[in-house]
Write a protein of this length. Sequence first.
Length: 198
Amino acid sequence: MSDILEPPGEHHDDVVAGSQRGDLAAFERLVRTYQPFAFSLAMKFLCDQAEAADVVQESFIRVWKHIDRYDPGRKFTTWLYRIVANLCIDRIRSLQRSQRIFSSRNQETTLEDLPDERNWETMRSHQQLAEIIRTLSRRLSETQRLVFTLRDLEDLSVDEVADITGLSIGSIKTNLHYARKSIRETLIRKYGVVRSDL
């Protein structure tokens, strides 16, 4: 799995095993270790700190409730990412149903709000391109957004995305292709730039 998911200097197998035995101190260490990674993923999905924090809190509640179901033969990060990703999708659906997604209350950046700069170096230096890509990813279909976030924004391998999502390799590649194509076309049309890795 990606290096970002490997907690440095932490004997996470022992922490997970202790949590499975009901050791609250071990579970607190587990939360401290993995919370930043869970929050990073939730933010890339939801682009809202309050919503991401709520999802992370609910994710660890579920981890505690169901940790007896965790199979130590699999990477804990894969199991955690699946929980976080599923809760993010549930949250997006809930927000869409209540007509609140990306509302002004969240002071969310829309594509129209972003500067219409066509200079690649200026965009990159101000991290505007990353913001544009995150904004565009919110317009993808649910499955495309899931795959694109895990593969391109979190830099996980296709096999890791398959483990987390339960999707076939073929489905992942197809959805990733269309997600990248959609984002690439908008980048070219509106900004005159395109990332070489899309």
